[in-house]
Design a protein around this ligand. Sequence first.
Ligand code: NAD
Length: 297
Amino acid sequence: MVFHKKATRNEVYIVAKIIDGKAISAQIKEEVKQQVARLKAKGKEVTLAVIQVGNDPASSVYVGNKKKACEYVGIRSLSYELPEETTQEKLLSLIDELNGREDVDGILVQLPLPAWISEEGVLERISPSKDVDGFHPQNVGALCVGKPGLVPCTPAGIIELLKRSGIEIAGKECVVVGRSNIVGKPMALLLLGENGTVTIAHSRTKDLKRVTSRADILVVAVGKRKLITREYVKEGAVVIDVGIHRTSGSKKLCGDVDYESVEPVCSAITPVPGGVGPMTIAMLMHNCVESAGKGFN
Ligand code: NAD
């Protein structure tokens, strides 16, 4: 059983069984808005450059949402829409230009990129201090050794969800299912940084049910719809569902967790939509301010 911490003075927790990512992300965006305004008052305008290659419809939706969030919190966004046939050299030279611009604080390259462009090469070209996605090896290394750096948005958002819901991490059995560089691995490092006892499970894990059943906090980032059913979850566990799947032929979304069967046995759970999803963009805004704020505090 995971116990929820009581709020002390100055701490506002949203304690509920259904963890409301919409409300918590709105809270974070309000905080970011104030930070952006404070920087503006000191003469610093926070600026994010967003690069999209090609016009994949899903990517266009994500990029549109990021720009909307920028507008809401007062961050200036610069848009670079490059044609599908863009070469790696062209993209790298744009990144070099943006790296050199003092008025640009964050650079985001929307993934996936066309097959002939090396994602790794592109992400590594972004200056670590402007890497608001937190994917550059220097930022990953900083996270690994517990030094300050820009942290990947989705796992950083999950830590905020847990903390702002009053859920203690220290000493808890934390199981992360999935080991991607974007979610699973940084998630495990962040939970470890919060003194959780962390296990990573993945596609080669034997007897996944046995592993997930010991979790007090279970984070699922697999990309397989409704993989985690009631049998995988210990009674009273906190369940965080990172997966997003569109049900074919309808606009309804579902996650990697079978919400209907898991919700009755857990102590807290993130819904899909309205759980982890909104946190990713809120933390991107947070990272932009983090990057812009250096030297302006
Ligand atoms: P990925 O495909 O890069 O990684 C999936 C991981 O799951 C791999 O490490 C693999 O080893 C593991 N895996 C696959 N099948 C498994 C199985 N049967 N049992 C145990 N482990 C298994 O995916 P990702 O980028 O980490 O994303 C995972 C999911 O999260 C996707 O649905 C994605 O759409 C979603 N996502 C959501 C957000 C958000 O903002 N909410 C952000 C990123 C990703």
